[in-house]
Design a protein around this ligand. Structure first.
Ligand SMILES: Nc1ncnc2c1ncn2[C@@H]1O[C@H](COP(=O)(O)OP(=O)(O)O)[C@@H](O)[C@H]1O
Ligand SMILES: [Mg+2]
Length: 421
């Protein structure tokens, strides 16, 4: 099978690594890719968010399957365009991708399907939103409806904070169209968990759960980021919890979307709060998590490609593949090394040292790197995702931090408490 991956980050590096090991693979390309991903896949130039470019690239290489990494190409209708041209794609069509690109859509779907989530209200004008915020009990959560690059959610402990969030989204237009509607919801208390699953529009096959570290600094201090680290498995979150989330969240969501005539194919990611009353959905994403992928795939022993192909409708045995899915007993811990200043402004172009000195059992996934004549340099906010594997979380953690300790670039920042339970 010839495969084209869309994207260029750490998630896509992990996908390329995993797919490159597939017995069914005959050729692997990536659009636009990176010099890190080039280890496993040939890079193609172009914009992965342009449906025309993607179709043309897939045709040129004779791709049998296109695997979409990030959400933006999905929301731009890349899968619709590929399917219209007879090319199989892993990922939802634009109408199904709304489960991530519109939080209001996701909430309404959850109500329809009886999926547990925080009570909420939806607003499309600032005046009624502000009137609501003036009365609702604190703390409360204000969310922009659309894609806001992880900046659209405010957990407000003071009324003023909630009012500011409403004004920023609805009056100042900070998120553009994405803030034209907002949600105000109850604040849930508990630990968070990410559960990713693969669906063909009917069946749901769960992957292993993971926990990500969103805040910039140790102890969950500082601003939210794209993710500063991740661990899988998660203590206390075993098979029982996975089955429960499949039964109460993932399967009902997939069934409701099928009933609506917008079946969900691809990766469905539930962001959960594990409350005293049970798991509650914070949000859905419609693609692999980053950095969740960098801990979940290294633990997967089964061949991923047939599963992606079944999700994309190239074969009809997703359920059987799901039953046989095998996982390593090893734990995985990923520590993200970021540029100084991230997630605000940061400089790039600094030389990265020590990439070759990483010990066995450690993977380095490139998120924001490039090469110059001398070697690797930084080129993004999140630079590297360093994953360690080991027979226990502690050992995986030691392996990851040992590798992080060998890698250096000016201004490098990472959390030191990833997977420290
Ligand atoms: N109802 C809620 N109660 C408590 N915390 C929440 C709630 N909704 C979101 N959060 C926090 O905000 C973060 C981001 O919210 P999320 O809905 O995942 O949006 P996004 O990932 O698009 O920014 C969550 O990971 C969680 O920490
Ligand atoms: Mg989230």
């Amino acid at each position: 099978m010839k495969v084209l991956i869309l994207g260029s980050g750490g998630r896509e590096h992990a996908l390329a690594w995993k797919i490159s090991r597939s017995a069914a693979l005959t050729g692997l390309w990536v659009l636009p890719g990176s010099e890190g991903i080039a280890e496993y896949a040939e890079s193609l130039q172009g914009d992965p968010e342009s449906p025309g470019t993607v179709v043309e690239s897939a045709r040129r290489i004779g791709a049998d399957l296109v695997v979409v990494g990030p959400e933006a190409p999905l929301a731009a209708g890349v899968v619709d365009a590929l399917e219209a041209n007879g090319i199989a794609a892993f990922g939802p069509r634009r109408d199904a991708a709304r489960i991530e690109s519109s939080k209001v859509y996701a909430k309404e779907l959850m109500v329809e399907a009886g999926i547990p989530t925080a009570p909420f209200a939806v607003f499309s004008d600032a005046e009624s939103a502000l009137a609501h915020v003036a009365e609702r009990t604190l703390p409360m959560v204000v969310k922009a409806d659309g894609l806001a690059a992880g900046k659209g959610v405010t957990v407000a402990r003071a009324r003023e904070q909630a009012e500011d969030a409403v004004r920023e989204a609805m009056i100042d237009g900070r998120f553009g169209e994405a803030g034209a509607q907002i949600l105000v919801e109850d604040c849930l208390v508990g630990e968070e968990l990410s559960l990713m699953a693969i669906s063909d529009g009917e069946v749901v096959v769960p992957l292993q759960p993971a926990r990500d570290y969103k805040a910039l600094r140790d102890g969950d201090e500082g601003p939210n980021t794209g993710g500063m680290g991740c661990v899988s498995p998660v203590p206390g979150c075993g098979e029982d919890l996975v089955s429960r989330v499949c039964r109460d969240v993932l399967q009902p969501a997939v069934s409701a979307m099928a009933r609506r005539g917008t079946p969900f194919r691809g990766l469905l990611y539930a962001g959960l709060m594990l409350t005293a009353e049970g798991p509650r959905v914070l949000e859905f994403n419609c693609r692999f998590g980053d950095p969740e992928t960098q801990v979940v795939l290294p633990r997967m022993r089964s061949d991923l490609l047939p599963i992606l192909a079944a999700s994309a409708g190239m074969r009809d045995d997703l359920e059987d593949l799901g039953v046989k899915l095998e996982w390593s007993r090893d734990a995985a811990v990923c520590v993200v090394m970021a540029s100084g200043g991230y997630p605000l402004s940061y400089e790039t172009g600094f030389p990265i040292e020590g990439l070759d000195a990483v010990s066995p059992g450690g993977f380095v996934f490139h998120a924001g790197t490039a090469r110059d004549d001398e070697g690797w340099i930084t080129s993004g906010g999140r630079v590297l995702g360093v994953t360690g594997l080991g027979p226990s979380i502690e050992e995986a953690r030691d392996t990851a931090y040992d590798a992080v300790g060998r890698i250096a670039f000016p201004g490098a920042h990472f959390r030191s408490d990833v997977a420290a339970f």
